[in-house]
Design a protein around this ligand. Structure first.
Ligand SMILES: [Fe+2]
Length: 317
């Protein structure tokens, strides 16, 4: 099946200690210097020193040595050199400039969520007791890194690299194929490539147990920085995930998400199963089924010109 997991990412930021401390306060664990993990996965976010905020490495897994050779062959045809050492392939993303590292392995499975008893209409599960969401002492911690969203003016080249080169599968496309949701796991998307004025990471997304875990963790961020809110809580159309977007201390948007679509049978998944016009011919396609309208900064954060200038200084367009 080739690629089979999003393992972790490295974020380079001007103040790494501040970012690490922020995620530790959300319940993530610093498992090594600058390395943040979750209860099930030791490495999810690696934080490094950088002159501007950007994703500096994308680390994924694949099933076999042959997968590495196949990927190397496909990206070579695109003019991208790679190195294979033992069971690891490394290369540099031809658009964004981050390192791409692929290991022959598989992500550590997650311990199942401790489900909260819920009183649905007609199906009462919690009797004579308050909700766990009310009584638990601390917000639940993130469970794992689920996806990243990258914006770039060179979206065609980026899409070709990820989908035709690395082997991501297309889950949905919108805007006449300009924005592409792709997966390497069963999640509806581990990646979205979308247009932007400069190449940057739009957001990284952490899976949470449920909507209460999202709400309580998001609330704890707002208690520290009231201006951290971007948009949420809501439910997306594509992926169906419940979301809340906020900014981390470096200014990068992140998403707390839950209940994302799972695609375990490629043939059973119909990209246009909703029979809805995802192209937005009758106006902009709404991001969410319900929830607040996303602000301009959702797609165009205020520091994009500064990121563009920083990249230009490094010879990246
Ligand atoms: Fe997302």
């Amino acid at each position: 099946m080739a690629l089979n997991g999003l393992l972790d990412i490295e974020l380079s930021v001007p103040n790494p200690d501040e970012l690490v401390a922020f995620w530790e306060r959300r319940g993530m664990l610093q498992t090594a210097d600058g390395v943040l993990g979750t209860a099930d996965r030791d490495v999810q976010l690696r934080v490094a020193d950088g002159t501007y905020r950007h994703m500096s490495e994308l680390h994924m897994s694949c099933e076999t040595d042959q997968d590495l050779a196949d990927i190397a062959g496909r990206i070579a045809q695109m003019g991208v050199d790679s190195q294979i050492l033992d069971t690891r392939l490394t290369c540099v993303d031809p658009v964004f400039g981050h390192r791409v590292v692929i290991d022959v392995t598989t992500p550590h499975p997650l311990t199942p969520t401790q489900a909260r008893a819920w009183n649905h209409a007609g199906t009462q599960e919690r009797l004579n007791a308050r909700s766990d969401a009310v009584t638990e002492a601390h917000p639940r911690a993130p469970r794992r890194l689920g996806h990243v969203v990258l914006g770039t003016p060179h979206f065609e080249k980026a899409t070709a690299f990820f989908f035709d080169g690395l082997g991501f599968k297309v889950s949905d496309q919108i805007l006449n194929g300009v924005a592409t949701f792709g997966r390497i796991e069963s999640d509806h998307h581990n990646l979205l490539i979308q247009p932007a004025p400069t190449s940057y990471i739009n957001h990284y997304a952490l899976e949470m147990d449920d909507i209460d875990a999202i709400g309580k963790a998001g609330q704890s961020v707002l208690a520290e920085r009231a201006d951290a809110n971007v948009v949420g809580v809501g439910r997306h159309h594509l992926g169906s995930n419940i979301f809340w977007y906020l900014t981390d201390p470096s200014g990068t948007m992140f998403e707390f998400f839950s209940d994302i679509d799972q695609i375990v049978d490629d043939e059973a998944w119909e990209r246009d199963h909703c029979k809805r016009d995802w192209m937005g011919s009758d106006g902009p396609t709404p991001v969410s089924v319900w929830g607040p309208q996303e602000p301009e900064t959702f797609l165009n954060p205020a520091d994009l010109p500064a990121i563009g200038a920083a990249r230009e200084a490094l010879g990246l367009d």
